[in-house]
Design a protein around this ligand. Structure first.
Ligand SMILES: C[S@@+](CC[C@H](N)C(=O)[O-])C[C@H]1O[C@@H](n2cnc3c(N)ncnc32)[C@H](O)[C@@H]1O
Length: 336
């Protein structure tokens, strides 16, 4: 049994309180990623967060409970969560439970969570953390705690548990030496891979038009079985240089998607839009049709509305959003 589980209320199954964050421009993508990583509707019902009408203001849930274990490094938008030990009607009930458990924790610390929509003033937090701290056997350690704990009120109850936050190590992917002005942002690339594979990291994955390899690196960072291809020799070699410089295996090859042999569970296809190399008439349509043959679930990124073309290629669009970067707006389609 893990140390954290040792303190968990045995009537609780594994339960996490997730605290999403997203900047305004990425909220649509954040919501879409949450729908892909937490597909069960009941989770959204529990969060009081359903699908909003197309033109409604984009809202991201302040917090939501789930039994699904999505680690804090997985998504750019889910960087902190609490592994719930106890839910109760009041902070006093949490204290009483800690006493009853004879909770023995050396080196604990309570973390003050400043999160939009969580209504807990600092003075109230100080007073509750003092009484919870007194209920714990063992000494606190403010400088280098072994246990970071958090408590907060949510939907009429009080929650207490182990606080987990991401060190955002995937940010080092920004340091790849070869970049193009049209390369995806590191965070967006990671999110695209999450959309494509959903919760399951055992899926095989391909980026058949990988450019300098931004999405390939994101997928490697998530531990996936990955392949990348690009028809443009120069660009594919830049992707290979990126992999080498960052210590990743050489999973990118020069290749035309129309000649690829193989079939993958999931793909991201960032469609060419003709900034450096002209896009021939029918080229984008042909790439989309080819994607249908090589992958089961595909995320398309496009600079125009391609709904009709995607559906004509016998894909079903299960989700869609817009991602804005400066003046560029990309359509993101999740298709099966
Ligand atoms: C929009 S870029 C991809 C950028 C990439 N996501 C990144 O972040 O660097 C599209 C890429 O598709 C490649 N491409 C176009 N047609 C292709 C084909 N038939 N097979 C493989 N790659 C192709 C282009 O060479 C270009 O590098």
């Amino acid at each position: 049994m893990s140390a954290a589980a040792a303190f968990q209320d045995q009537t609780l199954q594994n339960l996490w309180l997730y605290l999403p964050t997203a900047y305004d421009l990425e909220r649509e993508l954040c919501r879409m990623e949450l729908r892909a990583l937490f597909p069960e509707e009941w989770e959204w019902e529990a969060a009081g967060f359903g699908r909003l009408a197309e033109n409604a203001t984009v809202e991201v849930p302040v917090a939501f409970l789930s039994q699904r274990d999505i680690t804090v490094d997985r998504s750019p938008y889910l960087r902190q969560r609490i592994h719930i030990w106890k839910r109760a009607a009041s902070p006093q009930a949490l204290s009483a439970w800690l006493v009853e458990q004879k909770t023995d924790l050396d080196g604990f610390k309570f973390v003050y969570l400043k999160h939009p929509g969580i209504d807990l003033q600092y003075s109230e937090w100080v007073s509750i953390s003092r009484s919870l701290g007194e209920a714990i056997q063992g000494t606190p350690d403010m400088k280098s705690p072994r246990w970071e704990l958090a408590f907060l009120p949510f939907q009429g109850e009080w929650f207490l548990g182990l606080y987990q936050r991401s060190r955002i190590q995937w940010r080092t992917h920004n340091l790849k030496p070869m970049n193009n002005s049209h390369s995806l942002k590191t965070a967006i690339a990671r999110s695209m891979v999450n959309l494509a594979v959903g919760p399951d990291l055992t899926k095989s994955f391909v980026d058949p038009c990988c450019g300098v390899g931004t999405v390939v690196i994101a997928a490697l960072g998530l531990g996936l079985d990955v392949k990348g291809f690009d028809i443009n020799r120069l660009v594919a070699c830049q992707a290979m240089d990126n992999l080498k410089a960052m210590g990743w295996p050489p999973v990118v090859s020069i290749g035309d998607v129309h000649q690829l042999e193989g079939h993958w569970d999931a793909a991201v296809l960032d469609l060419p839009y003709g900034l450096f190399t002209p896009v021939k008439p029918g080229q984008v349509e042909a790439l989309i049709r080819r994607a249908r043959q090589i992958a089961r679930r595909v995320v398309f990124l496009a600079f125009e509305d391609l709904r009709a073309v995607i559906e004509a290629a016998e894909f079903r669009i299960v989700d869609h959003c817009l991602v804005t970067r400066g003046r560029l707006i990309r359509h993101v389609y999740l298709c099966v």
